[in-house]
Design a protein around this ligand. Structure first.
Ligand code: AMP
Length: 579
C-alpha cells in the first residue's frame, strides 16, 4: 500500500512527543522498513528530515509566500494570523491551529488521502515554475494543494516548505535510523551519504539492492559531490588561531565554483548546484584535456573572467557589465574566462577525500600546470598572511580562504576547516526606515531592517512623479518620508540577540504604520553598516544596492541629520568600479 502523507505526519507527531534519541531512531527505522517501495522509502527520508530532495529544482519559496498562501486558503485575517504567529512562533503549528479553526478549510477537506508521491509531485511543480509572475504561480500551486489537506498534513507541508521540522531528527539521526532499518554499519551509510550527498537515494539503494548496492556507491567521475563550504572569519589572526598555527591561505577568487570530472578523454564540468555546465566552457574542457595529467580525476576550482590579455578579473566586473545576473554560468559563456583549481578529490581510481588537505594540494601540484593553481601561501605568521590578503584585494579578489592543513574534504558541510576572510569596504551611517519581524527564534523581534541614506537631491529634484501601478515597498517607504531618504539596502545581519531585543523595544515605540509583519518607523535610529560591494540595482529607486550588508554598530551618538548621503554612495560606487 502506498504511503500516505497522513501516515508520515502522524509518525512525525509521535517522534516529536518522545524525547530519547534511541527511541526516535527506532521509530524512524521501523517506518522505513515498512515502506512498500524503494522510492517511497527515499521520500520518507527526505520528508522526515524536512529536506527537499536534490532532484527537485530549488523551490525559492520564502516565509512571506507561504504566509500569503495560508491566508488565502484559510481566510484568516492578518491580525489573527500575526497574533497566532507571535504566540506560537512556528509557521507549521500556526497553520495547524488555523486549519482546525477555519470553516473555509474544514469545508474543503476531501475524503481520499494524499500520497507522499503527490506531495513531491507538487513540490516539483513549484520548483519548475520560472519566469514572469512566478511568485503568484507558485502561491496558487501551493494553495491548490493545501486545500486538500487536513490540519496535521497542512502543518507538515508548511514545515517542509520552510525547512523547519523541529522534532529532533537530524540527518545524523536519519543515518543511524537507515543503518538500523537495514542492519548495516552506520559508517557505510555515512560514507554513501557523503559521496552522493543524497540520503534518500542511499536508503532507496539499500531497499532495492541491499548491501551489495550500497557497496557499489563510491566516488567516481561524472557523479558530482556537494561542495565543501567555508565559515566566516573576521581576520587572518582568527583563522590562524582557529587552525592552531600553520594555515594554508589562498586567494578567494570571485567567479563560479566548479567541479571538474575527467575520465580518459572525456571532461565534464559541474556547477556548485551540481548542474552540468560543460557546454558553457569549451575552452576549459579543451585546456583540461591538453594540460592535466590524469586518466581519471575529480578536482575543484573557480572559473573567473579574464581580460583580453588573460589577466584575472574579479566577478563584479562581469556583474557590472551585464547588470543583474540570473544565470552566472550562462553569462560567463560570453566573456573570456580562465580556471584556477584548489582541490583534488579523486585521482586515477582512488578517492582522496579522506586525505589531509596538504597532501591533496601536493597531489594537485603534480598533475596541473602551476599557472592553473590558485595562488597560495602556507604560514603561521599573521603579518605575512595580512600582506597576502592585501595583495588579493588589490588585484580585485574577494579576500582569502584559510584551510586547515590536516583537514579532510567533507562534502556539503560548512565548517571551520575552511574559513573565508573577505574585504570589508568603508562603512556607511544609515537610518532604519522600516523593520520586519523575523522567523523561528526571532519571530517576536524586529530583526530585518530597511536602511536609508539622506536624499540631498530632493531640493533639486523634488519627490518625483507619482508612479502608476504597483509601488514596491521600498518606494512606498520613500514616499512615506516625502522623499527625504533613499533605501539602499535591507539586512538582518550583524546584531547580537541582545541588540536586536533592545532595538525591537525602541522601534516598537516609534512605529508609524504597520503592514502585516512589517512596520514603518520614525527615521530615528542610526546604524553603521558594512558591506562587500555596491551594485547597480533596479530594486531601489536610487539605482544602487549594498551587497552583503551587515550592521556593525548602533550609532546612539548620531542623529538622523548626520547620516550619509546618496552622493556618497554614488562616489563609493564610482571608486570601486575603478579599482
Ligand atoms: P561563499 O560563497 O561566500 O560562502 O564563499 C565560498 C566560495 O568561495 C566557494 O564556494 C567558492 O566558490 C569560492 N572560492 C573562491 N576561492 C576559493 C578557494 N581558494 N577555495 C575554496 N573556495 C573558493
Amino acid at each position: 500500500m502506498a504511503v500516505s502523507l497522513l501516515e508520515l505526519c502522524n509518525l512525525c507527531e509521535k517522534i516529536k512527543q518522545v524525547s530519547g534519541k534511541n527511541i526516535k531512531t527506532s521509530m524512524v527505522a521501523d517506518f522505513l522498513r515498512k515502506t512498500s517501495s524503494a522510492v517511497e522509502a527515499s521520500f520518507a527520508v527526505y520528508f522526515i528530515v524536512g529536506k527537499i530532495p536534490p532532484e527537485i529544482p530549488p523551490l525559492n519559496v520564502g516565509y512571506s509566500l507561504v504566509y500569503d498562501a495560508i491566508r488565502h486558503v484559510s481566510g484568516i485575517s492578518d491580525k489573527q494570523f500575526l497574533r497566532e504567529y507571535s504566540r506560537v512562533g512556528d509557521l507549521g503549528e500556526v497553520v495547524e491551529s488555523v486549519f482546525r479553526g477555519s470553516h473555509k478549510t474544514q469545508r474543503l477537506f476531501v475524503e481520499e488521502s494524499v500520497t507522499i508521491k503527490e506531495f513531491y509531485d507538487i513540490l516539483r511543480m513549484v520548483g519548475e515554475v520560472s519566469g514572469k509572475n512566478s511568485r503568484i504561480k507558485k502561491a496558487r500551486l501551493i494553495e491548490s494543494f493545501m486545500v486538500r489537506l487536513s490540519p496535521v498534513e497542512a502543518k507538515y507541508f508548511v514545515k517542509n516548505l520552510v525547512g523547519e521540522m523541529r522534532h529532533g531528527v537530524s540527518e545524523g539521526l536519519m543515518e543511524e535510523a537507515i543503518s538500523k532499518a537495514f542492519n548495516i554499519p552506520v559508517e557505510k551509510v555515512r560514507f554513501a551519504h557523503m559521496v552522493t550527498g543524497r540520503l534518500g537515494y542511499v536508503c532507496e539503494v539499500l531497499k532495492s539492492e541491499g548491501v551489495e548496492g550500497l557497496e557499489k556507491i563510491s566516488l567516481k567521475p561524472f557523479q558530482p559531490l556537494k561542495p565543501m563550504l567555508a565559515d566566516m572569519a573576521k581576520s587572518v589572526d582568527e583563522a590562524i588561531s582557529t587552525h592552531g598555527g600553520k594555515t594554508s591561505f589562498e586567494f578567494k577568487l570571485d567567479g563560479i565554483r566548479v567541479q571538474i570530472h575527467k575520465k580518459s578523454s572525456e571532461v565534464r564540468i559541474f556547477s556548485r548546484r551540481l548542474k552540468d555546465v560543460t557546454e558553457n566552457f569549451p575552452e576549459i574542457v579543451e585546456k583540461i584535456g591538453r594540460e592535466v595529467k590524469a586518466s581519471s580525476l575529480i578536482m575543484e576550482g573557480e572559473i573567473i573572467p579574464v581580460t583580453e590579455k588573460g589577466e584575472p578579473l574579479p566577478f563584479q566586473y562581469v556583474m557590472r557589465r551585464y547588470g543583474r545576473i540570473k544565470d552566472l554560468e550562462e553569462t560567463l559563456k560570453n566573456v573570456p574566462v580562465t580556471l584556477y583549481v584548489f582541490d583534488v578529490l579523486y585521482l586515477d581510481g582512488k578517492p582522496l577525500v579522506n586525505k589531509p588537505f596538504l597532501e591533496r594540494r601536493k597531489i594537485l601540484d603534480e598533475i596541473v600546470p602551476s599557472a592553473m593553481l590558485t595562488p597560495q601561501i602556507i604560514t603561521s605568521d599573521a603579518g605575512e598572511a595580512e600582506s597576502f590578503f592585501r595583495k588579493a584585494v588589490e588585484i580585485g579578489h574577494e579576500g582569502l580562504i584559510a584551510k586547515q592543513l590536516n583537514s579532510t574534504y567533507t562534502p556539503g558541510v560548512r565548517g571551520k576547516k575552511w574559513l573565508k576572510i573577505k574585504k570589508v569596504m568603508e562603512t556607511l551611517d544609515l537610518v532604519i526606515l522600516a523593520a520586519e519581524y523575523g522567523h523561528g527564534r526571532r519571530h517576536q523581534w524586529l530583526s530585518d531592517y530597511y536602511l536609508g541614506v539622506k536624499n540631498s537631491r530632493i531640493e533639486k529634484e523634488g519627490v518625483g512623479e507619482e508612479k502608476s501601478g504597483a509601488v514596491s515597498f521600498p518606494d512606498y517607504i520613500e514616499r512615506f518620508n516625502q522623499g527625504r531618504f533613499k533605501v539602499v539596502g535591507k539586512t538582518f545581519k550583524g546584531l547580537t540577540d541582545n541588540e536586536i531585543r533592545m532595538i525591537t523595544d525602541k522601534l516598537k515605540k516609534i512605529v508609524l504604520e504597520q503592514h502585516g509583519r512589517t512596520v514603518i518607523v520614525k527615521p530615528e535610529i542610526v546604524v553603521e553598516v558594512a558591506f562587500s560591494d555596491i551594485q547597480k540595482s533596479p530594486l531601489y529607486s536610487c539605482g544602487y544596492a549594498l551587497r552583503f550588508a551587515r550592521i556593525t554598530r548602533i550609532r546612539n551618538d548620531k542623529n538622523v541629520e548626520e547620516i550619509d548621503d546618496i552622493e556618497k554612495v554614488e562616489k563609493m560606487y564610482r571608486e570601486c568600479v575603478k579599482t
